[in-house]
Design a protein around this ligand. Structure first.
Ligand SMILES: [Zn+2]
Length: 686
């Protein structure tokens, strides 16, 4: 199966208030200003790690009563320095163009992680925080300490010396394996050679123009997203799509088979040493979902919700296939995107290529900036001539009420050796009055060139909105008093809610009309095309939810029991069959080796759908006729984004909705294709 979510789509039109902005503080130059070589990078990183050590020594040396000033402030300084060291190293590991630099960055990731592990097991620091007098502290500070003590206990700080030493070793090992798993995927690019150009029949013209035959007379298609997704969707050749699917699914196989097994074993040992029966249970303990059983229940709940619509979608896809293969009874995984596209064309009279000319990268970028500016009541200003690790990277300031409140970098297009998915990576935690939040978007979207306008698919634009949602969360949540509760530091299974909420803006004709213009004629996207696109895009949602549920189940199964009992290929096959109606190409069960969430997210891939439920609930609170109207945008910013990690995620949800989340809005979103356009559930349904 191909790892990519298919989202909704949109656009809108917004006014950006251009305010007279203050210059960025001199004390905080852009992250790459000094253009560090390997030696300078390592020196700066080592300085930060030394500051962590220094702060820890100061905490331990305090005599007398423990106060917020003499203890928590130092602990937070250690957190700030450690996070900054880790963020920069892990980002450079993913984006630096020089492989030698990436190797040094990987080593630095391991070093910073080791410092993190040592700190999390430091009994003296734990005792110091546990002994704090918080009687005069505000609610955010008390919540911060409460969460930190929980994290310390989950790290095993209160275990005996021998156990703590063992945990430290296991965590260091885990960091190595995670890093190797991810790098094997980034470096594992496969290339397919196409000798017969007719296999590309059906592909858009700009794709064909940027894929001319090489010196060997063959066309080369890599497993990079912009290369591989168009043919999977448009190529009329089953044989080509099958070859591409296999190349994509196996790009880190068999290399990552043993790496995954090692990660599973190490995680199981950590969990059992800490008194949990599985990694999935242990890893859920500091999250909204609480335990592994709830993940299993949620997988069932999603399946039940998706199945009726998924079956109706499957029947339409099969009927489409039977037009050319009358005897067909099944649909293969590598046919799914292609057939979905055909149904969208025939049943909904929508050809997704028809919108691509309206979505050249530069326009989309401006449209997303304008949308975010109007929604969040901020503005953006580009800093020009700023050095970066690659010449394509842009630097932007976020301005709020005339004041600079953050900075971000856009590293948006593929390069050899670069991280091959899309993500928002923090670079600095925001601390009110002390440090501006900074982050980078690392994406793999089509790049405009002198001869190629960089036309984007609907899904690409959704991805851009999604990552921008993370970015705004990090920046607007980055105005807290402490680094440890800044930005997206809350429970990990909440962080995909604001990003998926912003995806919904792509559905708004109002939003789309504001920026989508034909790259040749300048003509705005016709509203009638947007209406057809929205109807067509609703088709396939239940199948997508089923695919996401399958990945969720794979991620959970790998970590729900003893590693000796788990055969990764068998897990993939059985979950693909249980939760999905597509027939599975045998090599597709190797996809886990390229499923990079198994490293970082481990058993918590459920987060995406868990947060999709929350995101849809949030979205229906906005005025559906004018998404920017009323006080909902301001309430959303104030109650959901700005608190960062200063209160529990469940409280953020309740504060905005007035109740806990439920699945009514999610179900409504999923079934939209089979309903008349006018019905909508009551957003305040309990
Ligand atoms: Zn995300």
């Amino acid at each position: 199966m191909i790892m990519k979510t298919l989202g909704p789509m949109i656009a809108s039109l917004l006014l950006v208030a251009r305010v007279a902005a203050q210059a960025p503080p001199k004390s905080q130059p852009p992250i790459w200003s000094a253009k560090p070589d390997v030696a300078a990078f390592e020196a700066a990183e080592n300085d930060r790690l030394a500051s962590v050590q220094h702060a820890v020594e100061q905490i331990v040396a305090v005599k007398g009563a423990r106060t917020v000033d003499n203890t928590l402030a130092l602990f937070d300084e250690a957190t700030r320095q450690l996070n900054a060291a880790y963020y920069l190293a892990s980002t450079m590991e993913q984006v630096h163009p020089d492989p030698t630099f990436r190797d040094h960055a990987s080593a630095m990731v391991r070093k910073a992680s080791a410092v993190q592990t040592a700190l999390s097991l430091n009994r003296d620091v734990f005792d110091a925080l546990a002994g704090l007098d918080l009687s005069g502290a505000d609610a955010a500070t008390r919540y911060y300490v409460h969460r930190q003590l929980l994290e310390f206990r989950l790290a095993g700080v209160d275990k005996d010396d021998a156990t703590r030493a063992r945990l430290k070793k296991l965590n260091d090992q885990l960091t190595n394996d995670q890093s190797m798993f991810e790098r094997n995927i980034a470096d594992g690019q496969n290339t397919i050679e196409v000798a017969d150009a007719s296999e590309l029949d059906g592909l858009p013209q700009d794709y064909l123009e940027s894929h001319n035959p090489g010196a060997d007379g063959k066309i080369h298609i890599t497993t990079n997203y912009p290369d591989i997704f168009p043919p999977l969707k448009y190529s009329k050749s089953d044989a080509l799509r099958r070859r591409l699917e296999v190349a994509f699914d196996t790009r880190a196989y068999p290399k990552n088979r043993d790496v995954l097994k090692d990660m599973m074993r190490t995680r199981y040992k950590i969990a059992t040493l800490l008194g949990y029966s599985s990694w999935a249970d242990y890893y859920a303990a500091d999250k909204m979902i609480r335990n592994g059983k709830s993940i299993a229940d949620f997988i069932q709940q999603l399946d039940a919700a998706a199945r009726p619509s998924m079956e109706r979608e499957f029947a339409l896809l099969l009927a489409q296939k039977q037009k050319t293969h009358p005897e067909a009874k099944e649909i293969w995984d590598y046919e799914h995107a292609y057939l979905t596209e055909l149904v969208r064309r025939s049943k909904y009279d929508f050809d997704s290529q028809a919108v691509r000319p309206y979505l050249p990268y530069p326009r989309v970028k401006q449209g997303i900036l304008d949308t975010a500016a109007a929604l969040f009541h901020v503005s953006f200003r580009q800093e020009l001539n700023v050095p970066s690790w690659d010449p394509s990277v842009e630097t932007w300031d976020v301005i709020d009420g005339g004041k600079m409140v953050g900075r971000f970098y856009l590293d948006m297009h593929p390069r050899p050796g670069k991280y091959s998915h899309d993500e928002m990576a923090p670079l600095l935690d925001g601390i009110r009055g002390k440090q501006l939040p900074e982050a980078v978007l690392v994406c793999n979207l089509p790049a405009p060139t002198a001869t190629d306008p960089g036309l984007m698919d609907y899904d690409d634009v959704v991805t851009f909105f999604h990552e921008f949602g993370h970015l705004m969360h990090h920046i607007l949540g980055g105005q807290q008093q402490w680094a440890g509760i800044s930005g997206i530091s809350m429970e990990q299974d909440f962080v995909e809610a604001p990003s998926q909420m912003l995806e919904e803006w792509m559905h708004s004709p109002q939003v789309l009309a504001s920026f989508a213009r034909n790259y040749k004629t300048g003509e705005p996207i016709p509203s009638e095309l947007v209406a057809r696109m929205n109807r067509a895009s609703a088709f396939g949602r239940a199948s997508d939810v089923a695919a996401q549920d399958t990945y969720t189940a794979i991620s959970y199964d790998m970590y729900k029991s003893k590693p000796e009992d788990v055969d990764p290929n068998a897990v993939c096959l059985s979950e693909m069959r249980r939760l999905n109606l597509l027939s599975v190409t045998p090599e597709s069960t190797d996809m886990y080796a390229a499923f990079d969430h198994l490293a970082g997210y481990s058993s918590a891939y459920y987060t995406y759908m868990w947060d999709k439920v929350i995101a849809e609930d949030f979205f229906l609170q906005f005025d559906q006729k004018d998404l920017f109207a009323g006080d909902t945008p301001a309430r959303y910013r104030h109650l959901v984004l700005e608190p960062g990690g200063s209160e529990s995620a469940s409280d953020l949800v309740k504060n905005f909705l007035g109740r806990p989340q439920n699945t009514a809005a999610f179900q409504h979103w999923m079934d939209e294709e089979f309903r008349s356009p006018s019905t909508s559930p009551s957003p305040s349904a309990q």
